[in-house]
Design a protein around this ligand. Sequence first.
Ligand SMILES: [Zn+2]
Length: 459
Amino acid sequence: MPSPDTTPELLAPAPAPATTPGHAPAAAPGTQPGHPASQGEFGFTVTTRLNETCAPTAEAIEKNGGKFQGRTGVITTPHGTIKTPAFIAVGTKATVKAVLPEAMEDLGAQALLSNAYHLYLQPGADVLDEAGGLGKFMNWQGPTFTDSGGFQVMSLGSGFKKVINMDAAAASPHAGADDSVAVGKERLAHIDDDGVWFKSHLNGDMHRFTPEVSMQVQHQIGADIMFAFDELTTLLNSRGYQEMSLERTRLWALRCIEEHFRLTEERTGKPYQALFGVIQGAQYEDLRRKASRDLGSMNFDGFGIGGALEKENLGTIVRWCAEELPEDKPRHLLGISEPDDIFTAIENGADTFDCVSPTRVARTSAFYTPDGRFNLSGAKYKRDFGPLSEECDCYTCENYTRAYIHHLFKAKEMLSSTLVSIHNERFVVKMVDDARLAIEDGTFFEFKAETLRRYYPNR
Ligand SMILES: [Zn+2]
């Protein structure tokens, strides 16, 4: 079993930047300001293209609806590099739940993603700024991401399946579910062309997020990669609403860039923070392609592919975006959950993706193995003195047994979450590392088929 594919030097702290951010020319509203000079601290290089090494069959291409856009590459940030495709572990509130940052480094995690909304509410973005930024605050030396907070701001309000009125949507799919809230659920977010009012889920206080506020908050948090503030829609919104929302997200993208460059210039001496635009457009090909072209022509450092995605069309949507977006900029798929989704994302051109599942399921004692996901709560594990997975090289599998962790879980001991989370994070990190090596070796499609055949034996 190969060791984690992250060398220590990749995670070493970067020296303080010797240059101060340059001066971007002032731009009129609605136009694109130039790049600040310090943008050179961020970069992306494509190293291998899937089509050039793996030669998928014509049948596979036809089944996929077009050419495979997958590739390997390297993202350079002021806090180290990320070899892509890469799994980005989630530490929502500046911590990967139950796992020390040193353990994340040991298991090969290359970068962590936190949430701007949560950190803005608690402890406050100014606290992270004073601490020297997200990485320093949480004692993580490598690259960091923050999402814009838009998803959380809006998912607490009208835009989320859990609170939306499904009956109204079913009854009137074209009139749309744009303004309906499920019975018994309070609307917690109100969106307008300038921004969003939302109520804190912690104490009910009202807050206002605009593109400018999101940029200010994310600059204070200080992650290496930030995302532009966008409107999250759902698959239940009407086509007309999706069009209106997409235009709103386009205008917000321009405002984010302008505010981002202003802050980059103002906050001299800080490492450069890269900004990714977020592609929305729901399930509509023309809207996804338009958003990709619109935002692709702006001065973003990379792109996020966002929005509600159904499992069946995840790959198709990523491919539409990848076909339109600039080839030389990285693409992050926001929030996926399953091993098969990861392969779909990789082969269609996503370079990085984040997912809360490894730690979320660990807290319910579910663990990943090459032969599928199992749950340690079962009585059969009481005297099972083997590791979680015979094939795993993680700290947990090298030192602990299923019987012990089964006992910890039954006794409601916190250590069970820690040990299973370490294993699950390692499982996903390694699977993506192996997929990257398989693209380089020209064996990606064989590796994918074998991995999924074992993981989903009943399909
Ligand atoms: Zn393990």
